[in-house]
Write a protein that binds this ligand. Sequence first.
Ligand code: NAD
Length: 255
Amino acid sequence: MQIAGSSAIVVGGAGGLGEATVRRLHAAGAAVVVADLADDKGKALEEELGVRYVRTDATDEDEVRAAVAAAETLGPLRISVDAHGGPASGGRLIGRDGEPLDLAGFRQTIDIYLTGVFNVMRLAAAAMARQEPLDDDQGRGVVVNTASIAAYEGQIGQLPYAAAKGGVVGMTLVAARDLSPLGIRVVTIAPGTFLTPAYGKAGDQLEAYWGPQVPHPRRMGRSPEYAALVQHICENDYLNGEVIRLDGALRFPPK
Ligand SMILES: NC(=O)c1ccc[n+]([C@@H]2O[C@H](COP(=O)([O-])OP(=O)(O)OC[C@H]3O[C@@H](n4cnc5c(N)ncnc54)[C@H](O)[C@@H]3O)[C@@H](O)[C@H]2O)c1
């Protein structure tokens, strides 16, 4: 699918992986909506690139509807990328003190990392379904979600996050099947460890810790590498219903 001439929504577009994606899609000719909660960064991107920032909580129906509607005013919405983050609860299933893992924290993590992705996917796909098919394949658009290799190798203490990401993986094929009559593809990226602002000041320490554990290249991933894959997914019409690991062959150890 050709990117130029389409509008795109990038949820979490003010974050590390999201911002790189916004830049890449913008450079490829898409009219981009940055849907995020980080007002300062979102507005800075708006000013620098001429993209549109819409304050959006991925878990909120009305706010995602508004962001999607904003994208539709910029052009036919054919690309939805979800790379939002947020707080994730953690801890062992049974702590050293014998206490079971917190239920409210589990629910919150699922809400942000799984329900939010579902919410964005369904509302963006509904807008894509209203577009004219673009090509001989009757393609209308593409949804790109972000899981994690923790979906497959969740580490000790990561149960709620791993469960949410496993849910994103599980939604991928069935969503692709559901949306196939509409010509909408669904692909999920499962990153390994990427150096992004999510890690704040701990970034250098994490690079020193994770870098040597990645078989090749021996470093954490860089956001433009994620964004390059998003672009390829958009442009390669035969990629559908698949989860692509982007991890330098890293497999998370138990801890
Ligand atoms: N960085 C990594 O190593 C890594 C690895 C695997 C998976 N991932 C996944 O990639 C995604 C992005 O990660 P990142 O490293 O770019 O994180 P990040 O913290 O740099 O960016 C996340 C963005 O999401 C926004 N956000 C938070 N809550 C939101 C909400 N409810 N609605 C909309 N936006 C919201 C934040 O404001 C921020 O701009 C996350 O889902 C994360 O789990 C990241």
